[in-house]
Write a protein that binds this ligand. Structure first.
Ligand code: PEP
Ligand code: MN
Length: 344
């Protein structure tokens, strides 16, 4: 439920509504806007006496949010949310951002070479997993804490923001210490205790769509993070499983405008996991920006044939450089622009 105040409502009117919400056993969330304040009511609001609240001084109207994911919905908040993951790296505004790097952090030389290559090409953040969710327990699982330290070193050298995955609560605490944005991977999109935990940490969260998740499921998962008081959620389409084995996943480009209609949260696209095939990454990255994605997440490796994970879908640095050049043109064609490269 959302209590919309009149534009001339006083601070005392707002306080009175908040007090009434507390009196009824709920939590108020005042959201000052450019023209007027709205006050969200958090909790299971089916039992609220909203007609009383509607009669309080300064109240314009009470909106019953129909969507199950409430705070993630456009009914709750109409203007686009911009998530600033590091100074100047804003996701969800008119700038388009590029997060790039290897699937996994493998060594100091590999991550530094990746960081320099993607930065020189125009990326804004370095991605790379230190904790890897692998289908096989015998596959490379990531360097763990050592990987996080290498990412921090790469940030120092290049000025790039750092995005890396957390697979559990303990890992999330470590990631929050070293990185700028916590990635929650497809396999953990419905790990509700992890979502609540990163909601409490307050760090920006990149939430990837589960491989069999509907968009409703994705937005409900985002709601878990928002409901803990963390508004900094970036959604990411990364393909869903289907019957066709021609590509690793079915990259659902339609998810971009669908999410944008339903939610104010930024939405990025990951054509690397979305397709699983290097030669399909560039066309689908171009298409994602054309479709309105707020940014792309793309795997780039200095030597993909030697990569310890996802080499087959990783771009060579030269391919990535050419992709960023093209994305700049595509963003311009839809009245957007690539974000400026962060200062070192
Ligand atoms: C990744 O980004 O390397 C990754 C494991 O992605 P996803 O969770 O989308 O499979
Ligand atoms: Mn990967």
């Amino acid at each position: 439920m959302l209590v919309v105040m009149q534009p001339n409502a006083s601070a005392a009117d707002i306080d009175k509504v908040c007090d009434e919400i507390v009196r009824q056993g709920f939590k108020p969330l005042p959201m000052p806007g450019a023209v007027r304040t709205a006050i969200g009511l958090l909790g299971d609001d089916a039992q609220v006496d909203w007609s009383y609240i509607e009669g309080l001084p300064g109240v314009a109207n009470v909106l019953i949010v129909q969507k199950p994911y409430r705070q993630a919905s456009r009914e709750w908040k109409n203007e686009n949310t911009i998530v600033e993951i590091a100074p100047g790296v804003r996701v969800g505004g008119s700038d388009v951002v590029v997060f790039a790097g290897p699937c996994s952090v493998e060594s100091e030389a590999q991550i530094l070479a990746s960081a320099h290559a993607v930065r020189n090409a125009g990326a804004h953040a370095l991605r790379g997993g230190a904790f890897k969710p692998r289908s096989s327990p015998y596959a490379f699982q990531g360097l763990g804490l050592e990987g996080l330290k290498l990412l921090a070193l790469a940030r120092n050298e290049t000025g790039l923001a750092i995005v890396t995955e957390a697979m559990d609560e303990r890992g999330a605490d470590l990631v929050a210490e070293y990185a700028d944005c916590i990635q929650i991977g497809a396999r953990n999109m419905q790990n509700y205790s992890l979502l609540r935990h990163v909601g409490k940490l307050g760090k920006p969260v990149l939430l990837k769509r589960g491989m069999a998740a509907t968009i409703n499921d994705l937005l409900l998962s985002a709601e878990y993070v928002l409901s803990e008081g963390n508004p900094n959620v970036i959604l990411c389409e990364r393909g869903v499983r289907t019957f066709d084995s021609a590509t690793r996943n079915l990259f659902d480009l339609t998810a971009i405008p669908v999410v944008q209609k339903l939610s104010h949260l930024p939405i990025m696209a990951d054509p690397s996991h979305g397709t699983g095939l290097r030669d399909k990454v560039t066309p689908m990255a171009r298409a994602a920006v054309a479709a309105g994605a707020d940014g792309i997440l793309v795997e780039v490796h200095p030597t993909p044939d030697k990569a310890l994970s996802d080499g087959a879908q990783s771009l060579y640095p030269e391919q990535f450089t050419e992709l960023v050049r093209q994305l700049r043109l595509i963003a311009g064609a839809i009245d957007r622009q690539l974000a400026p490269t962060p200062v070192r």
